[in-house]
Design a protein around this ligand. Structure first.
Ligand SMILES: Nc1ncnc2c1ncn2[C@@H]1O[C@H](COP(=O)(O)OP(=O)(O)O)[C@@H](O)[C@H]1O
Ligand SMILES: [Mg+2]
Length: 275
């Protein structure tokens, strides 16, 4: 085939990745209020998808639908081909707020996922030890959350989200409460861990720089109500990436300009509606 012949020979011909998360004609409503409508979205296995949109457009609502926390009023959500029905799927979460149990130590928090999955005490303790080491917290196993810094607590949360090897990782503004330097550090940590074992990621953020620096693709949502997907931009930046460095890359700036051109109007509309 002519097209195939144009591809450089050293590039392996990868099979198209299978769809891991699929939303078809999804409507999310709160009573009469339709937050999002007719959302169609496919996230491939191993793909890092970032979703951006103005505040209040329905980003968290969409994530909660994928998590099975909220039921669509219309349409379907599926993970790895199976319809989502309620919580308990093969999902890892990373949220903005501290989700750690304050009365449990770092290692006990990391052990929760495997424990709920029925992994035995010895094995889950060993797994959790290994994961804490992986996120740079060797020696901090027995600290309680209040004895850890914001960045360290975020590391514990990452270990917690990844230890069970979930099919899908959902993140809702995971780093927005951190100061800029800690945020860069955590973003790089996340990329490093994700690259070791690529899972499908859906990350919600209002920070376009974060979306481009981390994502394989950036999807733009319209301002609400009845928000929907209005654009999808592949991010063709090389990996591994350093999030602080990549923001100086000419291609990064070009992508930023293009995506901002799409997002800007929606952000302005959402301001007008609130004013
Ligand atoms: N439980 C709820 N009850 C009523 N309205 C809600 C509820 N949750 C969210 N909304 C509304 O739905 C819209 C989308 O909210 P959300 O998904 O949290 O936005 P985002 O995460 O993009 O900031 C907003 O207008 C919000 O006020
Ligand atoms: Mg939100």
């Amino acid at each position: 085939m002519a097209l195939a012949a144009l591809k450089p020979l050293h590039q392996p011909q990868l099979a198209p990745a299978r769809p891991m998360v699929e939303l078809r004609g999804v409507r999310m409503a709160f009573g009469e209020f339709v937050a999002v409508d007719d959302v169609n979205l496919t996230v491939a296995d191993g793909e890092f998808l970032a979703i951006v949109g103005p505040t209040g457009c329905g980003k968290s609502t969409i994530l909660n639908a994928i998590a099975g926390l909220l039921k669509p009023a219309m349409g379907t959500v599926s993970i790895d081909g199976a319809p989502v029905s309620g919580v308990g799927g093969d999902i890892g979460y990373l949220f903005q707020q501290d989700a750690l149990l304050p009365w449990k130590t770092a290692i006990e928090n990391v052990e929760l996922g495997p424990m709920f999955k029925g992994v035995g005490r010895t094995e889950r303790r060993a797994d959790a030890m290994a994961w804490l080491a992986k996120v740079g917290l060797k020696g901090f196993e027995d600290r309680f959350p209040h004895q850890l810094s914001g960045g360290q607590r975020k590391r514990v949360q990452m270990a917690q989200a990844l230890i069970t090897g979930p099919k899908v990782i959902l993140m809702d503004e995971p780093f927005s409460a951190l100061d800029i330097h800690t945020r860069h550090l955590m973003q790089n940590e996340l990329l490093r861990l994700w690259q070791e074992d690529r899972r499908a990621v859906v990350m919600i953020t209002h920070d376009l720089e974060e979306a481009i620096a981390l994502g394989d693709r950036v999807v733009v949502l319209a301002s609400g109500p009845r928000s929907r997907v209005i654009d999808s931009f592949p991010v063709d930046l090389e990996r591994p990436r350093d999030v602080a460095e990549i923001k100086l890359d000419a291609r990064f700036l070009e992508l930023y300009r293009n995506i901002w051109a799409s997002l800007r109007g929606e952000v302005e509309k959402s301001y007008e509606r609130r004013a």
